[in-house]
Design a binder for this molecule. Structure first.
Ligand code: ADP
Length: 467
């Protein structure tokens, strides 16, 4: 990694809202922006907003957004000195990072070695144990003998969770309730994992029955500085997919916040991290008035900018994409830990083109209208932010992730921010394509959500009043 890596042209190797969001900051910083697109996106908003746009190939992502050589070639042709990968696609692909390096292009993200260190769940857990980061009680060893795994499960205590070491996206994961179920579950998980990842190594974890998903935003530069920008609560999930996120996490004590923040920075330092990263923890959340201390456990590290990064921006007043670009240019972090403070509360709702009343089937079509009427709802534009990949008149295809936009709000406290979220959701004017807006409204106005009774089974538990 060279120390001086200034660039004046940035290629954004992504589409949709994140491509638009990254380009917004790049433009403000005076950078020239290059978009890339597939045939399905020739008229997309991110293409319209870029200074220059380069076609990658046909609609399938494999032949366009995931094609490393085409993306590198687009950067060469446009004279881009750096590539921002957004999230998804090539953002956590070590081979792509290597290809950027070989082409003399700055990759806006961590070194390939840091991505590799977190890519395998077993290896990552071993590293984290060395770094003194708390882990869910479990087994993550190399010995994969069936009988040994079964004994380990018994020692951990049922219920346990079997997870594919190479896993991701909730695949190759199974809860086992008893010793009698163990062998069948192991066989099933191995089969699934071989099919999905070509690898059948397993790890075992104690299955926490009511955990919260609380993650910490970290940032490191190339000069040895590392900070945390506090936490986000992403417990409201459907099939392990986040739906509503907020920052800060409700009910955190200052001591716990600091402990989790420092553990996250330790995790990042352990693997030589550079740039924006997120350390995901499970927080064992005794519900109600329990006096038990809350315990947190490392789950995984995402080595990229997260979808939900805006809630952190709203409570810190920092622009995380600007931080990423500055770090990529070789600058030190804009602020140290002592200068970072939490102001108020923020929520993010993910707006998807999908039919919540019909098993969340993806929806397509032309968005004849897509707008947010702030004035009509008497909302202050400083309180509401719409990060969108679409405009009125745009078409929604079936080729990519169906997320259209993110609605992000800020308020002086949780109750005020939640009231703003509900007003802002109602002020969205969407016509032509079915969305999950109604579902988001039912979630955001749910008494249990208002009371911050959060854990990863929230949606499951309240199914009858949400659908
Ligand atoms: P993936 O990489 O496939 O997304 P993760 O390890 O990140 O898998 O876990 C995904 C989700 O599964 C978490 O957000 C959490 O809701 C749940 N989960 C993971 N580990 C545990 C555990 N030990 N106990 C209870 N729930 C868990």
């Amino acid at each position: 990694m060279s120390a001086t890596s200034r660039f004046d042209t940035l290629l954004v190797a992504n589409r949709g809202e994140i491509a638009c969001r990254v380009m917004r900051t790049a433009r403000r910083m005076g950078l020239r922006t290059i978009a890339v697109y597939s045939d399905a996106d020739a008229d997309a908003r991110h293409v319209r907003e870029a200074d220059e746009a380069i076609r990658l190939g046909p609609a399938p992502a494999r032949e366009s957004y995931l094609d490393i050589s085409k993306v590198i070639e687009a950067a060469r042709r446009s004279g881009a000195g750096a590539i921002h990968p957004g999230y998804g696609f090539l953002s956590e692909n070590g081979e792509f990072v290597q290809a950027c390096e070989e082409a003399g292009i700055v990759f806006v993200g961590p070194p390939a070695s840091a991505i590799a260190a977190m890519g395998d769940k077993s290896a990552a857990k071993a590293r984290m144990m060395d770094a003194g980061v708390p882990l869910v009680p479990g087994y993550h060893g190399q010995d994969q003998n069936d009988d040994l795994l079964r004994r380990e499960a018994g020692a951990i205590g049922y219920p346990v969770l079997l997870k594919a070491s190479a896993g991701g996206g909730g695949k190759g994961m199974r809860v086992v309730e008893s010793d009698g179920q163990f062998q069948a579950a192991l066989d099933g998980c191995r089969r699934e994992s071989r099919a999905a990842f070509g690898d059948d190594r397993m790890l075992i974890e104690k299955y926490l029955t009511q955990p919260r998903h609380v993650e910490v935003q970290v940032f490191c530069d190339r000069h040895g500085n590392g900070v945390y920008l506090f936490e986000r609560d992403c417990s409201v999930q459907r099939r392990h997919q986040k739906v509503l996120e907020e920052a800060p996490a409700p009910g955190m004590t200052e001591a716990l916040r600091q402990q989790m923040g420092e553990a996250a920075v330790r995790a990042a330092r352990e693997i030589g991290y550079v740039g924006a990263g997120t350390v995901e923890f499970l927080l064992d959340a005794p519900q109600g008035q329990s006096q038990e201390p809350q315990r947190f456990y490392f789950m995984e590290m995402n080595t990229r900018l997260q979808v939900e990064h805006p809630v952190t921006e709203m409570i810190t007043g920092e622009d995380l994409v600007e931080w990423q670009l500055r770090v990529a240019m070789g600058e030190p972090l804009p602020k140290d830990q002592a200068a970072l403070v939490i102001d108020g509360h923020s929520f993010e709702a993910r707006l998807y083109a999908e039919d919540a009343d019909n098993d969340f089937l993806p929806a397509t079509g032309q968005l004849t209208r897509f707008a947010l009427d702030l004035q009509g709802a008497a909302l202050d534009e400083r309180e509401v932010r719409l990060d969108s990949g679409v405009d009125s008149g745009d078409s929604v295809s079936m080729h990519y992730d169906p997320m259209l936009a993110k609605l992000i709000v800020h308020g002086p406290d949780r109750a005020a921010a939640l009231a703003t979220l509900n007003r802002a959701l109602a002020a969205l004017d969407i016509q032509g394509v079915v969305t999950n807006r109604g579902f988001l409204q039912r979630l955001a106005s749910h008494p249990a959500f208002k009371a911050a009774e959060l854990d990863t089974r929230f949606i499951e538990r309240h199914e009858s009043s949400l659908f």
